[in-house]
Write a protein that binds this ligand. Structure first.
Ligand code: KG4
Ligand code: ZN
Length: 357
């Protein structure tokens, strides 16, 4: 039996220092041997958000320990590693540089190939870590920095169907949390508070609901919430606002996903209709449930990564590394960190005032 590839994945694009070793079984299904994620929540808490310089310093302090831990937990010998895959972008340049330099040095010292990975491609492929998933598929990527519908035709072949023209969904959750007085990182807590509230209490705006195809917008929602928070006095009103916010986001995603389904079908004519939802916000159960229901109605197969692989991790980076390794898609050791690196390089930049839809 031939030796199965062993890939070391490294992630440091924002505030998680992560390393993972993956391989695959005889059927070609990936196996996660270790997946270590060290979060920097305590470093950034007092500032209410991620401070890039502090994040980078924390990555530098921890990266060797985290990689060592991933190797120890996987029970492999370091010399067995076949390739090293590091996130090269998008993200904070000072943070990316840490994991990228570490990965290149590691690969060079082992005399093994180096693979530069797009963090967003990591999210896009993350469901492959626990379910069989062949190309093509429709992807909804919802994280702290991105909200996009993309048709995924093959490894590295993406066509953007829609994107946010202002805030990302995760960012909207985080900003709402801040306005509700929830400590950083507050996005997941909004879901918790929403459970205790009345989702119909506040009528919030749904920007570009009836135009712009499956493009998204959340900035107006944040402004409305800011105005309401100035008037609310009781805890119950806070819960009601969290619930109303979440319901509004769900209504927007419901409508826009239906449009994305149609666009995907027109463009790809897929034999099998598959819908992958990935990124930190895919951990939200209410959003999951609505999208699963919608898939049932529209004859799509819904595919989510396991909750623990929705947020940033290195197993998803190693997953991209594994696919690229099998295709011998290696990168040079002078590969640069790329703060901006869209999956669909041909898509028009659609952010800021004056965007025409
Ligand atoms: O993918 P991710 O870990 O990092 C980025 O690449 O951005 O996503 C983090 C985002 C944050 O904005 C966080 O608030 C959001 O995902 N998030 C959630 C939930 N869990 C994480 N938003 C809503 N509901 C959740 N349960
Ligand atoms: Zn991410």
């Amino acid at each position: 039996m031939s030796k199965k590839p062993l890939i070391l994945g490294i992630e440091s694009s924002c505030d998680e220092t992560a390393a993972s070793i993956i391989t695959e079984n005889d059927q070609g299904n990936p196996i996660v041997l270790s997946n270590i994620v060290s979060s920097q929540v305590d470093v950034h808490k007092e500032f209410g958000g991620v401070v890039p310089e502090l994040a980078a310093r924390s990555h530098v302090e921890k990266i060797d320990l985290i990689v060592q831990k991933a190797i120890d937990e996987s029970k492999i010998d370091i010399k067995e590693i076949d390739a090293v895959a590091s996130t090269a972008g998008p993200g904070l340049i000072v943070c990316l540089s840490v994991g990228l330099s570490f990965g290149k040095t590691f690969a060079a010292s082992l005399n093994k190939p180096f693979i530069a990975v797009n963090h967003l491609e990591g999210h896009a492929l993350s469901p492959k870590l626990n379910s069989k998933l062949n190309y093509p598929y429709l992807l909804l990527l919802i994280s702290g920095g991105h909200s996009q519908y993309l048709s995924v035709k093959n490894l590295g072949e993406y066509k953007r169907l829609g994107t946010t023209i202002d805030d990302a969904i995760g960012e909207a959750f985080d900003k709402t949390a801040k306005l509700l007085g929830i400590e950083f990182p507050g996005g997941p807590q909004v879901e918790v508070l929403a459970k205790k509230g009345d989702p119909n209490k506040y009528n919030l705006p749904k920007p570009i609901f009836n135009k712009g195809g499956c493009n998204l917008s959340f900035a107006g929602l944040k402004t409305a919430i800011l105005n309401i928070t100035k008037q609310i006095k009781t805890e119950q009103e806070k819960f009601d606002l969290a619930a109303s916010f979440q319901k509004t986001v769900i209504e927007i995603l419901h409508k826009k996903t239906k449009i994305a389904f149609t666009e995907f079908e027109n463009q790809i004519k897929p034999k099998e209709k598959k819908f992958v939802v990935a990124g930190g916000v895919a951990a939200n159960k209410e959003i999951r449930n609505m999208l699963i229901e919608l898939c049932k109605e529209e004859n799509y197969k819904p595919i989510f990564p396991p909750i623990e692989l929705c947020g940033d991790n290195a197993a998803m980076i190693a997953m991209v590394g594994l696919e690229k390794f099998k295709l011998k898609q290696f990168d040079n050791l002078d590969y640069p960190a790329k703060p901006r690196w869209p999956l669909d390089q041909d898509a028009v930049f659609l952010k800021g005032a004056g965007v025409k839809l």
